[in-house]
Design a protein around this ligand. Structure first.
Ligand SMILES: [Zn+2]
Ligand SMILES: [Zn+2]
Length: 171
């Protein structure tokens, strides 16, 4: 398991519930921690896209650029953006810190963070693998899985299967 971290990405952005916040703007820091599965056997090599810092930064920058009333929306968009871009993420943590928030009294910063884990086990052989738990999961994007999807889902309670087990079903 490797951790890819980008910390203290600084942006001047125009988020905020009040109109004046979206006019004046403010300073934000964003931290992203991504853990990736280095166990290639559990993934197909051709599907795994390399996670690189530049792409992660560009995703964060694009979402910070869109003014939003709620920081929760920005946080969710960053998480989804990173998740959709890469298919080999085991865990993801994103933190948005607002510097000098407009409050009574002196407050250095306020922050919002969320973390998600995508580690699971193959429904058939219990080998460790990654599942995004939705239509974006790599297993749902292979032709093989589409063909046998109904059958396999029924047999294994809708759980993800590893590449080896999917190959077994391709017969
Ligand atoms: Zn398996
Ligand atoms: Zn899956």
């Amino acid at each position: 398991m490797a951790i890819i971290a980008l910390e203290g990405m600084k942006f001047y952005a125009y988020h905020g519930y009040y109109a004046e916040e979206r006019v004046i703007g403010g300073e934000y820091l964003v931290d992203v921690d991504i853990s990736t599965n280095t166990n290639k056997a559990a993934m197909s090599d051709e599907l795994a896209k390399t996670i690189n810092y530049e792409t992660v930064y560009l995703i964060v920058e694009a979402e910070m650029r869109k003014p939003s009333k709620l920081l929760e929306q920005v946080l969710l968009r960053i998480i989804m953006g990173i998740k959709y871009q890469f298919d080999n993420i085991a865990g993801l943590e994103v933190k948005i810190t607002k510097l000098n928030p407009p409050m009574q009294g002196q407050v250095a910063s306020s922050s919002l963070s969320d973390s998600q884990s995508f580690k699971t086990k193959c429904g058939r052989c219990s080998r460790g693998l990654l599942c995004y738990g939705d239509a974006t999961c790599w297993c749902n994007t292979t032709e093989l899985y589409t063909k046998t999807q109904e059958n396999v889902k029924e047999q294994f309670g809708g759980r993800c299967l590893c590449k080896n087990c999917l190959n077994f079903f391709s017969g």
